[in-house]
Design a protein around this ligand. Structure first.
Ligand code: NCD
Length: 318
């Protein structure tokens, strides 16, 4: 594998290999000196055409901890805002000798276009493209689940039989899509819960159960993992639900639902959170919440992915 564009292309063995390498990277994070020399002399460019906090700084930290040279390029303030095309941008990066390109783009499919082009010969990592995929988010989510559910013995394991309920704005969520493919590959069962207006067309052919009733699903599924998604207002040009209070009442994780969930289930959110809308402050800050663990694990996962794609160990993922 030369690129990481989608979790749909990953085999179970490839996925487990990434998660296991991320375990090694997590061990490095616990050392006093958090740096490895592995990517010394390599250049990683972070190409961000869409806003990002977590993902951008996480990739930056990951590349730096592997001793790569890192160039972070956000479209705002660059020639892209003057109308420069993806092709010209890519050729500029190629001329600078980029070995890896991490790209976030508002257009679904942009990372594929870059990977398949002859504009640049770098490993491409999709850091979120439109409403399509966000593979490193799904990998860090799976890593977080595996560590929480198999403490002390997570290496080599998949998520066989784990019950995952994903709630909210499925329609606009690349996180939901990437999670679905990866979770199914790892053996987990996935249920999507959303208002009917936020369920994607064609979901019937996806390997997920679909429900419109959160309380009923929590009762019948008894999930090991409850993943709340952000309402992505920036991708909405119409009213998908009556109002915020109504959404929170029907599909939000409030304190009552948190109590009903029980102490052994975990609560996840990719961030950024709309506290009080899809998740209450108490739920976000509860002992079951893995929100900050997800952020920390994101660095380990991205180190693993950059290492596997760029260190000459690419064949390990082939
Ligand atoms: C997600 C994204 O950008 O797709 N956030 C993230 O990467 N941490 C989800 C979101 O924006 O809601």
């Amino acid at each position: 594998m030369r690129h990481l564009l989608s979790t749909r292309d990953l085999t179970r063995d490839q996925a487990i290999r990434i998660l296991d390498v991320a375990e090694d990277m997590a061990d490095v994070q616990n050392r006093e000196v958090k740096k490895l020399p592995t990517l010394r002399g390599k250049t990683v460019v972070n190409l961000f055409f869409e806003d990002s906090t977590r993902t951008r700084i996480s990739f930056e930290a990951a590349a730096k901890r592997l001793s790569a040279d890192v160039i972070t390029f956000s479209a705002k303030g660059s020639s892209v805002s003057k109308g420069e095309s993806l092709k010209d941008t890519a050729q500029t990066l190629a001329a600078m000798g980029a070995d890896g390109v991490v790209i976030r783009h508002h257009a679904s499919g942009a990372p594929q276009v870059l990977a398949q082009s002859d504009w640049i010969d770098a490993g491409v990592v999709n850091a979120g493209d439109g409403t399509h995929e966000h593979p490193t988010q799904a990998l860090l989510d799976a890593f977080t689940m595996r560590r929480r559910l198999h403490p002390g013995s997570s290496r080599g394991r998949d998520l066989d039989g784990v019950r995952v309920v994903i709630v909210g704005d499925i329609l606009h969520s690349r996180v939901a899509r990437s999670n679905l493919w990866l979770l199914r590959t790892l053996g987990a069962e996935v249920t999507f819960v959303a208002p009917a207006t936020l369920v994607p067309f064609g979901v019937g052919s996806w390997p997920a159960e679909v429900s419109f009733d959160l309380d009923e699903t929590l009762r019948s599924t008894r999930p090991d993992v409850l993943m709340m998604l952000r309402i992505q207002s920036e991708r909405m040009n119409a009213a998908y639900f009556p109002n915020a209070r109504e959404y929170a009442r029907q599909w939000g994780l409030d304190d009552e639902r948190l109590t009903a969930l029980g102490p052994d289930s975990i609560v996840m959110h990719p961030g950024p959170m709309n506290r009080g809308l899809e998740i209450s402050a108490a739920a976000a800050d509860s002992a079951q919440s893995t929100v900050l663990e997800q952020v920390a694990n994101g660095v380990s996962i991205r180190m693993a992915v950059l290492y596997l794609l760029l260190s000459g160990e690419r064949e390990a993922l082939a």
